[in-house]
Structures are given as C-alpha cells and as structure tokens.
Design a protein around this ligand. Sequence first.
Ligand code: NG1
Ligand code: ZN
Length: 544
Amino acid sequence: QQQRSALLHSSSLFPPPPGVKLSYGTAGFRADASLLESTVFRVGILAALRSIQTGSVIGLMITASHNQVSDNGVKIADPSGGMLTQLWEPFADAIANAPDPHSLLQLLDDFVKKENITLEGGPAARVLLGRDTRPSGASLVEAAKQGITCITGATAIDVGVLTTPQLHWMVRAKNKGVEASEHHYYDQIVTSFSYLMDNIPRENSSKDVNDKLIVDGADGVGGEKLEKLKSSLKYLSIDVRNYGDGVLNEGVGADYVQKEKVVPRGFGPSDAGIRCASLDGDADRLVYFSVLSNSNKIDLVDGDKILSLFALFLKEQLRILDDKANTSSYKASLGVVQTAYANGASTEYLKQLGLEVVLTPTGVKYLHEKAAEYDIGIYFEANGHGTILFSETFLSWLENINNELSSTSKGSDQHKAASNLLAVSKLINQAVGDALSGLLLVEAILQHMGWSIKKWNELYQDLPSRQLKVKVVDRTAVITGNAETVVVSPVGIQEAIDAEIAKYTKGRCFVRPSGTEDVVRVYAEASTQEAADSLAHSVMVIVH
Ligand code: NG1
Ligand code: ZN
C-alpha cells in the first residue's frame, strides 16, 4: 500500500508530454531532451523491477549517442552488461506511453504479477546510473533516481559521466563480483594493451609504423576520457581533438565521418598521411580515416575493416596456437557477424579468408546474441559499433594452456599466441562495443602487423555505396525478412526493387524502417558511385 501511494505520488510529478508516442527502439528511448523526464522516471521504475527479478545489478544509461546535443535518451543494461532482454521491450513501450499515474500503476501491477516479481521480502534493487556529457543529463539522472527509489528498498548508484560501454562494463563486473570502478576499467585496458604491445614480434617493432594517432572525440565523453587516459598508454602518442570545447556531434564524431565521408571539425589537409580515428558521442562507435591531401575528403576505414583486422589477427593467433605439439587441443570456433549494411566487399573478403560469416538484423542485441554462439565471435556494424566475445569454456581452456606453456615453453610462439588471445579478451569489452578499448586493440594489432593505415585500408576495396533516408507516412508498414535484406510487406515492393537491382553490375539494395528515427532507410551498392547513387534514388522512389 505504501508502495502504491509512493508510486502514485511520484509519477504525478512526472506527467508524460501530451501527444508524444515513444518507442524503446534499437537503442532505448530517444527524443528531444525536453520530452523525456517522464519516460526516464518510468524507465527507472522498470530498471528497479528488472534488478529485483534477476537479483542482480542493472544499468541505466542516459545518452542519445551520435544524435544532436538537444536530444537525449535512456536505455537499460541487463545483468550480463548487454542490452535489456527483448522480452521486456513491449512493456517498456507500454509504461512509457501510459497516459496518467493510475494507468501506469495498473500496468505495473499486471506486469509484476505476470513476471512473478516479489516486491517485498526478496532481494533489493540496485541500479547503476550513468550519463554522457549532454547538459540535459543531470536532471534526467534525477528523474531516473526518483523512479528507482519509488520501489521500496531500491538503491540508485550514481556513477556520473561515463561512456556507454564503461557503464555496461561496470554492470557486468559488479555482477561477476569483481572490482567495477572506473579506475578498474582503465587498469584492465591499460594493462592488457601494454601486454600486447610488449609482445610485438621483433621483426615488426623495427618497422616504421607511425606511433602517432589523432583522435576526434566528437566533443563528447569519449574525447574527455581519452584525453585523461592517454598519458598512461605506452608506445602511443595520441593527439585528442574535439574533447569538449565545441558542440557535441556537430560536424564531428564517428557517425558524421562515416556518413559524410569528410574530415570532422578541427581536421584538415595538414593531417594528411597521419592515422586518424573518430569516436561517437557516447564512445561506443569507432571509425578510422586518413585525410586526403589538399581536400576535406577522407579515406574511410569503417567498422567492416576494423572487424577484418581483428578477424585476421585472431585467426592467426589461433593457427599458431594450433601448431602446438605438447598441449591438449581444442578446436575453437571463430565466427563473424555483420548486418546487411556491411560493405559487400568486406563480406566477400572475410569469406575468402575461410571465415564463417553470418548476417543478422540491425541492432546490437541481434549481433551480440549471434556472436555469443562462438568460442570467439566478432561482430561489427559498418558504422563502427562492435566487439569480440569469448566463450567461458574457451577462456578457461586458454588459461590452462597458457599456464602450461609458460612452464614448458615460455616465450615460444605458441605461448605468445595464447597470452595474446587472453590479453585481447581482457582489453576488448565483453559487454558491448567500446570505442576506447576497440581503438587500443586496433593500435596494438597495427603495430603487430607493422602496418600503416594505408596498408590496412588496402585489405580490400570497398564497393561504392549510398545511404538515403525516406520520410513516409507510416514506417512500420514496411516489414522485412531474411536479416532485413528483403521486403516482405507491402507486397510488390521487393519485386520492384529486384527489377532495379538487375540493371546494375554488382548491384545490391535493401530498405528497412529505422529503429531510431522516423524514416525508412535505403542502402544501395554498385560497381561505381554514380551507379550506387542512382540505384538508391530509384528505390527511394519505389518506397515513397
Ligand atoms: P537505425 O536507426 O535502426 O538504422 C541506427 C544504426 C544502427 C545502430 C542504431 C543504434 C545505421 C544504418 N543504423 O539504427 O546500426 O547503431 O542506430 O545506435 O547506421
Ligand atoms: Zn553511440
């Protein structure tokens, strides 16, 4: 009863904005920040309920990633550090859109019963609360706290301004019962990075791989964190630009660089030839680029190429390890997961390396789930969000082998391969894609290979592509199948798209409703830029 009146009272202080319908979407709720207080308050309640149900720490992150600074958003991290279970998404939608405190309470009552959540006498809720640098973040965190603490016994732990992947990492660490502070996060990535750098093959360490890297921090949290972290990174000299003085995501950041294929603010022709990288607004995306001389254009090295670099390196370490004579063998499965947005040339390249490549629908939750089926699962979206997952079974085998090798053949190639793989598993974020740890892994691998960014970019040549957005009356009318590569409904659309594709050499095209914006996206690829543009345009006309 006390619980009910607390909920009724608090929720009356957070009335939902009239006439706005919100949806949990691909990456939580996102909207203009002024519309979000009530939603964030309610997601706070939801996070507390999820924590009670799972008996674990849950994360709540306030961010709108690469979207404009006036937007904000909220999403939940599940006990594993991954995304909120999809089973709860419809409920998240329902409570966000409940028109008044009484209907909200009714929904909560029904849900608590249906999900067998024990509000009294069971474990108390604990929710970690993080936010990016958006000015609206502080008051939204307060709204989340109010929501969480409506649930009797619940604790909200405010961890302040963090990158999205740091918050996910902390949730995962807390639930594993290991040290979970921001300091421990840095300690883990710096130690494993240094380890990999110290293990560089002698023949490559003499090569002239530039140790200079320029990073565009998107004027967000990632730039801020990297600026503080960089002095503890051995063998790497990082010049961080856009780490907080300019407007977040405005003409900067991984999304801008990847979509526009031009230099971010603060970069120019004088940076030509130097390795550059760009983070997005909450530092869960990473792309590389090099500036073309005498222009503001760039050579983009996107998520697909980061994935290819990781895949090459891991495959090689597994091969070396497999050569061992004196250890019990284990056939580790290595799989690669992409979406339909992956450049066709990357998919072909990966397959030709002999790797198993699987496509899933857009959205980290799908890629992550698929990658978790392998001993080593690498997933990336072309836009630069991705990570590498290691299975527990494989990791414990690896620990044993590493110990064995360190006593029987310390310093051998096999021993190095085993310890490299272990270091990668510690460096790369096991919870979610992480631009900071991804960047350090790219840097370590480039040094291992003795490769410049140019050499890396030449692994394969991207097919020209074009992405367009189409405003339609109702984007939910477009239903896709086969990992979003075909339109199932309305009927007739796919036939019309196929007829267009048939006109082009190496033509590939698909459309899907965005999960984060009110648009339908069109993606086209063909043998020339003109052809890709024209294919995208004709398909846009079909969808319109
Ligand atoms: P939507 O709006 O559903 O296409 C976008 C990205 C996704 C993912 C989410 C979450 C593209 C084409 N889509 O989703 O890959 O990153 O945002 O941020 O880049
Ligand atoms: Zn992001």
